[in-house]
Structure formats: structure tokens, C-alpha cells
Design a protein around this ligand. Structure first.
Ligand SMILES: CCCC/C=C\CC(=O)SCCNC(=O)CCNC(=O)[C@H](O)C(C)(C)COP(=O)(O)OP(=O)(O)OC[C@H]1O[C@@H](n2cnc3c(N)ncnc32)[C@H](O)[C@@H]1OP(=O)(O)O
Length: 289
């Protein structure tokens, strides 16, 4: 397995992406997995995950997401709102078919490194980020949300890191992103139980910042959040964020290849495959009941 070659092909940002000038070719222009809408008046960009039916996160989606993040860095947008264009689902997390049954090493290593890259670009973005959680956000969906700086959520949906019940161990950088939002015992309990919280519970423990009732309200609250930075020089804001997040970023940057190897070894264990397989089957069977 040649992880170092792959890592070279992904960008490893020298200044956490501020100096990034690599342009990614969209891997799936025809499918339009990510929609971007920049408001010329406000400078705010709305990025919608658009992989129907439930925004499960595939290699192609991660590649396109990275391309969009690069474009937004170049455009120097004032802020980004991340949302979903699927009904009732923000993102259903990693596409389980990337993990089961027994993925090929070649596909998996690319998938994982683009997942890492997506997290790095989002977590270290120079512009302010808001997640508008307009649907369920389990597992990888929650990872996207907690990597943003501010979270708004519609009522009656579920969010959380349910990796453990699916037989998956969340990696350290995912745990670090959660710890940055939810310090202390709540973070550990959420991870070890894998419990999904409804919107109100998520608000009560601080996993989300505000409950909003519709998209209009979400955009207004996002605008208020972005406005809190209007009098702060952009470079100073970006560097403050990136230095503040430096330890979390470096933990992954220094361990990308071992992180991928460890996760692949875990995924390929027959007992892990068995748990993911029966979980996936139960998802499919739910519909038949
Ligand atoms: C280790 C480091 C960190 C790792 C980070 C993350 C790990 C993961 O993300 S693992 C993935 C975990 N995801 C889940 O547990 C969510 C599973 N999905 C659901 O609970 C529901 O689908 C959801 C509540 C999101 C939406 O419910 P519905 O609106 O009722 O939709 P359906 O359940 O009918 O789904 C439609 C269709 O999509 C398939 N599906 C759903 N999720 C996934 C997925 N993550 N990967 C692949 N496919 C998925 C589902 O089986 C249905 O398929 P069909 O039956 O063929 O239509």
C-alpha cells in the first residue's frame, strides 16, 4: 500500500491552507455532488451537499468538496454556510459501501485520504464556517457539522457520533473536533454510547449553538455570526483560528498514513465487517417493515 504517494497527491497544507493554490478538477461534474451559491452582495457562500438520497459521503464527494473549499479560499468569501439539499438528511455519514464488503485497499486508501483532506480544509478554513444542520446528521454528518465554527439546526432531527454501535472506532482527529465543541465527560459519553441526540438535547448540552425553524432564519442567524467578524482583519482572524486549532490539525497532519492504515486494518477485521454488514442489512430491512 503506497500511502506516501497518495498523500503527496493530496495537498498537505504548509500554512494550514492559507497559501493553498492547488486546484482540484471536479471528479464528478456531471453529478454536481456539491452545489455552491455565492451571494455577491453579502459575500457569503452557501455550500449544499447534494448526493441523493441521503448525502452518504463517498470518495467522489470528498474530492469535490475539497475542490469547492479551494475555490472559496481563492475567492476570499466572507463566510460559508454548509447545508444539505437532500430532504430530511444533512448527511448520513460515510458511505457504508466504501467500508463494506471488504473494500479494495486502493479504493479505501484514496477514500480515507480525501476524507482526511476534507476535514483539514474545513477545520482550518480561513473564512468563518456555519453548519446549517437541516436534517439528520449521524456519524460523518456530525463530523462535518462539528468541524464548522457555529451550528444551527432544525427541530426534530438527530445528530451525534454513532460510530461505536456501527462497529467503528472514531479516530483521534474526530474525537478532537468533538472535544473542541463539547468539553469533558459529555464528549466521551456521546462517543462511547454512540447515542444520537435530538435537536433539543443537542442544544441543551451545547453540541449545537441555536435551533432555527426554517432556512430563512438560518441565513439570518448565519449573517449575524459572520457580522461579529466584520471589524476584525481577515488575516488576524484566520491565523487566530488556525493557531487555536493547531494541535488538532497537526495531530492528523503528522499521522495521516498511520491513521489510514489503522482504520483500514480495523475495517478489514472479520468481526468489524460482520457488525457493519448486519447494521447495513438492518438499514435496508427497515424499509420492508
Ligand atoms: C472513524 C473515524 C470517523 C468515521 C466517521 C464516520 C463513520 C460513518 O459515518 S459510518 C456511517 C454511519 N451512518 C449511519 O449510521 C447512518 C445510517 N443511515 C440512517 O440512519 C438513515 O438512512 C437516515 C436517518 C440518515 C435517513 O433515513 P431515511 O430518510 O429513512 O433514509 P433511508 O434509511 O431509507 O436511506 C435511503 C437509502 O440510503 C441508504 N443509506 C443510508 N445511509 C447510508 C450510508 N451511510 N451509506 C450508504 N447507504 C446509506 C439506505 O440503506 C437506503 O438505501 P435503499 O434501501 O437501497 O434505498
Amino acid at each position: 500500500m503506497n500511502f506516501s504517494r497518495l498523500i503527496k497527491n493530496c495537498s498537505i497544507p504548509s500554512r494550514w491552507l492559507l497559501a493553498n493554490n492547488i486546484r482540484y478538477q471536479s471528479s464528478s461534474a456531471a453529478q454536481n455532488l456539491i452545489q455552491v451559491d455565492i451571494n455577491e452582495e453579502t459575500g457569503v457562500s452557501v455550500v449544499s451537499l447534494n448526493r441523493k438520497p441521503v448525502n452518504s459521503l463517498s470518495l467522489e464527494l470528498f474530492k469535490d468538496f475539497c475542490g469547492v473549499m479551494d475555490d472559496l479560499e481563492r475567492e476570499k468569501v466572507r463566510g460559508m454556510v454548509l447545508k444539505s439539499s437532500c430532504d430530511n438528511v444533512f448527511s448520513s455519514g460515510l458511505d457504508i459501501t466504501e467500508l463494506y464488503p471488504n473494500p479494495s485497499e486502493e479504493r479505501f486508501e484514496a477514500f480515507w485520504l480525501w476524507f482526511q483532506e476534507s476535514w483539514l480544509k474545513l477545520y482550518a478554513s480561513s473564512f468563518p464556517t456555519v453548519a446549517f444542520v437541516n436534517g439528520h446528521a449521524p456519524a460523518g454528518g456530525c463530523v462535518f457539522a462539528i468541524s464548522c465554527e457555529y451550528r444551527l439546526m432544525l427541530p426534530y432531527y438527530k445528530i451525534g457520533l454513532n460510530e461505536a454501535p456501527v462497529g467503528i472506532v472514531a479516530t483521534e482527529w474526530v474525537m478532537n473536533s468533538l472535544r473542541a465543541v463539547l468539553p469533558g465527560k459529555n464528549a466521551e459519553r456521546l462517543l462511547t454510547s454512540g447515542r444520537l441526540l435530538d435537536t433539543q438535547e443537542a442544544f441543551d448540552i451545547g453540541l449545537i449553538d441555536q435551533i432555527v425553524n426554517n432556512e430563512e432564519e438560518a441565513m439570518a442567524r448565519s449573517e449575524e455570526f459572520f457580522a461579529t467578524f466584520d471589524n476584525v482583519p481577515k488575516l488576524a482572524r484566520a491565523l487566530t483560528k488556525q493557531v487555536y486549532r493547531k494541535n488538532d490539525l497537526n495531530q492528523l497532519i503528522k499521522n495521516r498514513s498511520s491513521d489510514a492504515k489503522q482504520f483500514l486494518n480495523h475495517i478489514l477485521r472479520p468481526e468489524t465487517q460482520k457488525i457493519i454488514g448486519s447494521y447495513f442489512k438492518s438499514l435496508k430491512d427497515r424499509k420492508k417493515d
